[in-house]
Design a protein around this ligand. Structure first.
Ligand SMILES: [Zn+2]
Ligand SMILES: [Zn+2]
Length: 289
């Protein structure tokens, strides 16, 4: 039995600028009163977030959002420890940062259910593209997917142009929860790609339907869990690397203080980073000199 319910969601829907601070205040108050934690982004283009709390609070939260914004797809998971330090509702220029607020997704558009996605992946003449950041792709990915090595999402239009893929192929896009695909598919059509499809609800929706199937490894998430496994449970394998913040699964004994720690594969290659913290690393650095 898990004690914390978690839900991730987004919806592109036009919100009047004057309404943003009003909605912000209402959501802020709602979460505070219920001791919820998480991060919610509001913009003129819609809402995006991941929140956690007691299961009855999460139910009320979903009802509240659907009252404001109509039907929303929620992606649920659970945990036993606090996964966000605080509760934030913020107003931003965009709810996913492509740095192109004029690219506005509207409604369902070439969205594939996990079942259709699974079938289409097996067909000839499809190109599967991972839209997530490079450190996310490293710990889990769909078999055969192309990794654009995105460092930040706003690089996507440029990287896509550079990749110069065949325009007649069917392109299958995916990301963690689906939101990046919404904007990326519009951007790709602008660039002349004619057959662009997206995994509805992202990896989180796929794993709910098809654990241990075509997605291999774990799915990175932007909170204290670091990643979720094939059953959407908090990762037992990955920990935040104390040196760089990437997911780490290399266990070491700190060369300075002898504390056990997990660090990432990249930092594992640097002697002074085989330490438990930035502080111990600093002291080791001095010793090595
Ligand atoms: Zn690292
Ligand atoms: Zn140490």
């Amino acid at each position: 039995m898990y004690v914390l319910s978690i839900t991730a969601f987004y919806k592109f829907i036009a919100i009047q600028p004057k309404d943003l601070p009003i909605i912000q205040e209402k959501l802020m108050k709602f979460g505070k009163e219920r001791d919820m934690r998480g991060l919610v982004l509001l913009a003129e283009e819609g809402i995006n977030g991941t929140v956690s709390g007691k299961s009855e609070c999460i139910c009320e939260w979903k009802e509240l959002l659907e009252k404001y914004f109509g039907e929303i797809t929620f992606k649920d998971s659970e945990a036993n420890t606090v996964i966000f330090p605080r509760w934030f509702v913020k107003i931003r220029e965009e709810i996913v940062n492509l740095k192109k607020p004029d690219v506005r997704p509207t409604g369902k558009y070439h969205h594939l259910s996990p079942e259709r996605w699974d079938r289409m992946m097996e067909e000839d003449d499809v190109l599967v593209i991972d839209l997530r950041n490079d450190y996310e792709t490293e710990i889990g990915t769909f078999e055969g997917a192309m990794d654009l090595k995105v460092k930040e999402f706003h690089e996507f239009p440029r990287l896509m142009k550079q990749a110069n893929l065949p325009k007649d192929k069917r392109i299958l896009l995916y990301c963690t929860g689906g939101i990046r695909c919404e904007k990326a598919s519009l951007e790709m059509e602008k660039q002349g790609y004619e057959h662009v499809y997206q995994l509805d609800g992202g990896i989180l929706a796929y794993l709910k339907t098809f654990p241990y199937r075509k997605f291999k490894g774990e799915c990175f998430v932007f909170d204290h869990r670091v990643a979720v496994d094939q059953e959407l449970k908090p990762s037992e394998r990955f920990h935040v690397c104390p040196h760089c913040g990437d997911p780490g699964d290399r266990e070491i004994v700190c060369a300075k203080c002898e504390k056990n720690q997990f660090i990432c594969a990249k930092c594992f290659d640097h002697t002074e980073r085989r330490s438990c913290s930035k502080n111990c690393r600093h002291h080791l650095g001095i010793l090595v000199k």
